[in-house]
Write a protein that binds this ligand. Structure first.
Ligand code: HPA
Length: 271
């Protein structure tokens, strides 16, 4: 990744009309329908944007959408890149750097995750308060990282307190259950064994997933305030573990999607 490549990606999007977005949004598995509400949308498919990684997993539609939402200029990633698809972590987080270069001032992230905390139920949402990186690498581990920000990026409060508190208030007002906790990122794509779920619980995780953490690290590198919410799609109880399938995960995410959309729209309105 070079500044020149980032500039080319950004210039392409600006030439398509992606003019000074204020807010970036990353939509996770089964959560893509927020884009239906965008006014005057302009779309850019990932495989048309110079230097973007190519989208592979077919249930991710893979495009950037720009337009107005709640009166704000937004740029939305419908579908993201995962380490498990074979990209390196620099590729996975490339779009975050591009959205930052386009001018976003805040970033909202969603994902689908498994519930490790036994008080949390399938279909609940969880506000991420902190995370554990178990992907075995960093998107900041490259030679000229210093040209883009601090190499030794501070991670003492990686999730913006103000947006977190606003989301909690919105959830309360809307009568939406919003759990809070620690998200652990694993590589995947295989799901966890019973022994691994026991381990993750002991480590202090409340939810587990295969994304988000690299994006959050890069957002912190760029000093870009972020907030992230998981949809808990399955209950990971090692003493009563049923086989999960990805179709079911997508189905639960889809059923929860209207509540996620509500949270994000209300937040976008007031930030
Ligand atoms: N692990 C377990 N369950 C999940 C995951 C995961 O990574 N993502 C969604 N549900």
């Amino acid at each position: 990744m070079t500044s020149k490549q980032l500039k080319e990606s950004t210039d392409y999007l600006i030439s398509k009309g992606f003019e000074a977005p204020e807010i970036g949004v990353v939509l996770g598995t089964g959560l893509g329908r927020l884009v239906d509400d965008i006014e005057n949308p302009i779309e850019a498919h990932y495989n048309h944007i110079p230097y973007f990684p190519l989208a592979t997993v077919e249930f991710h539609s893979g495009k950037l959408i720009y337009g107005l939402l709640e009166g704000k200029k937004v740029v939305v990633m419908q579908g993201r890149f995962h380490f498990y698809e074979g990209y390196d972590l620099i590729d996975v987080t490339y779009p975050i750097r591009v959205m930052h270069m386009l001018g976003i001032k805040k970033l909202l992230i969603s994902n689908a995750a498994g519930a490790i905390n036994s008080n949390f139920k399938k279909g609940n949402m969880m506000l991420i308060e902190d995370h554990i990186n178990l992907q075995g690498g960093s998107p900041l581990a490259f030679k000229n990282v210093g040209a883009f920000g601090d190499r030794f990026t501070d991670m003492s409060e990686p999730y913006d307190l103000d947006m977190r508190s606003k989301l909690e208030t919105i959830a309360k007002n809307e009568n939406i259950t919003l759990q809070k906790g620690v998200y652990v990122s694993v590589v995947g794509p295989q799901l966890e064994t019973k022994a691994e779920y026991r381990m993750l619980k002991m480590l202090g995780a409340d939810a587990v997933g295969m994304s988000t953490v690299p994006e959050v690290i890069v957002a912190n590198h760029l000093k870009l305030p972020i907030v992230a919410v998981s949809v808990l799609t399955d209950e990971c109880d090692p003493d009563n573990l049923k086989p999960v399938n990805i179709e079911e995960i997508i189905e639960v995410a889809g059923k929860t999607e209207p509540k996620m959309i509500k949270l994000f729209r209300e937040l976008i309105k007031i930030i």
